[in-house]
Design a protein around this ligand. Structure first.
Ligand SMILES: CC(C)(COP(=O)(O)OP(=O)(O)OC[C@H]1O[C@@H](n2cnc3c(N)ncnc32)[C@H](O)[C@@H]1OP(=O)(O)O)[C@@H](O)C(=O)NCCC(=O)NCCSC(=O)C[C@@](O)(CC(=O)O)C(=O)O
Ligand SMILES: [Mg+2]
Length: 307
């Protein structure tokens, strides 16, 4: 039986970066794995021209099976299932062993249930383990935002949900601003949906790859809101994002002391811990463990700490 627990490996929750790589660009696809993104997302949808849909699908099919991507968390953004390409994309990607399928323009939980049904058929057909393909939804409309909780909970295969800002602002009849005021409600809704469902939340792409300052301001905002990470369009954004999400050495040192104090209190059979006169309770311990996990993912060096 497929359960949420079997689908969600904790590593996926620690992902920060998901790099879009156009499925029609052979040169980008052949090198994308070197940039250190937590997940590589081959795109068959809007980055691919209509006349290249079939050749891009074939290239992604081969890339997914290439040894260079064996150790990478691969995601494929397929075309929506109500287009002439969606079902062929899905079949090729599941057969080739994509770890996660990203459904763009997800408006309702039924979209995910239909996807799940199709994925299961292909898994059975090609002899892949049923339940081995994970799903994620991109929310790109007002309907998607309003239905975000049901979408996030629509299948135990769901591992994450992403806001897609560019299509969303078109549906909202506005435009994308540098400060992102128009995205505030959708960001909060998508994030809350992810937390209700116990899955990861990804923020929108930042398209002006030369505007580093604007990108970093947006990253600070989404980190503060609680997002796990962001969809990216350019390799230069990967280290910037990872660095911004990495705890400082002081934050890490404090988290380690908190966890060490909590573990000592547990060994000593004490319910309440005091650290420098401050009470350390369960949420503070959870936050400290999260900081340590982020530090590990970011490669921040740990030192032995004792209570
Ligand atoms: C942005 C730009 C044109 C900048 O070009 P530039 O030329 O300035 O890039 P440079 O930095 O100079 O490149 C230096 C070296 O990196 C290589 N390189 C660049 N990008 C790479 C990459 N992505 N992967 C691997 N390699 C890469 C490049 O080949 C070069 O390699 P080399 O020649 O060997 O040195 C370029 O990055 C790019 O095309 N990005 C992908 C765009 C894309 O996928 N759009 C669709 C997804 S959004 C969407 O659909 C909206 C959405 O749906 C989103 C949602 O759903 O969330 C919604 O509604 O909001
Ligand atoms: Mg879009």
């Amino acid at each position: 039986m497929i359960t949420a627990a079997t689908m969600r490996d904790p590593g996926a929750m620690r992902h920060r970066s998901m790099l879009f790589v156009p499925g029609s660009n052979a040169s980008m696809m052949s090198t994308a794995y070197v940039y250190g993104a937590d997940a590589i997302m081959f795109d068959l949808e809007d980055a691919v021209a209509l006349r290249e849909k079939d050749s891009a699908r074939l290239m992604v099919f081969h890339a997914l099976q290439s040894p260079v991507y064996a150790g990478t968390d691969t995601v494929v953004r397929i075309n929506p299932l109500d287009t002439p390409y969606g079902r062929d994309d899905l079949e090729a990607c599941v057969r080739a062993g994509a770890r996660t399928i990203r459904l763009p323009k997800t408006d309702s939980a039924d979209d995910i249930r239909e996807l799940e049904h199709e994925v299961e058929d292909v898994e059975r057909d090609c002899g892949r383990e049923v339940g081995s393909t994970r799903l994620m939804a991109a929310i790109e409309s007002a309907s998607g935002v309003v239905n975000a909780v049901e979408i996030a909970q629509a299948s135990p295969r769901m591992v994450s949900i992403a806001l897609a800002g560019f299509d969303y602002v078109i549906d909202l009849q506005t435009t994308r601003s540098r400060e992102g005021t128009e995205l505030f409600y959708a960001r909060c809704a998508v994030l809350h949906a992810a937390r209700v469902a116990g899955i990861a939340a990804y923020d929108v792409v930042w398209s002006d790859v030369n505007d580093e300052e604007g990108f970093l301001a947006e990253v600070e905002l989404i980190k503060r809101l609680g997002f796990n990470g962001k969809s990216l369009v350019n390799p230069r954004q990967v280290p910037l994002l990872h660095e911004a999400f990495a705890p400082t050495e002081d934050e890490l040192a404090h988290a380690q002391v908190v966890v060490a104090a909590a573990e000592k209190a547990e060994r000593d059979g004490l319910g309440v811990v005091s650290l420098g006169g401050k009470m350390i309770d369960a949420p503070i311990i959870v936050a400290a463990r999260r900081t340590i996990a982020f530090a590990d993912a970011s490669g921040v060096r740990r030192q032995e700490r004792h209570a």
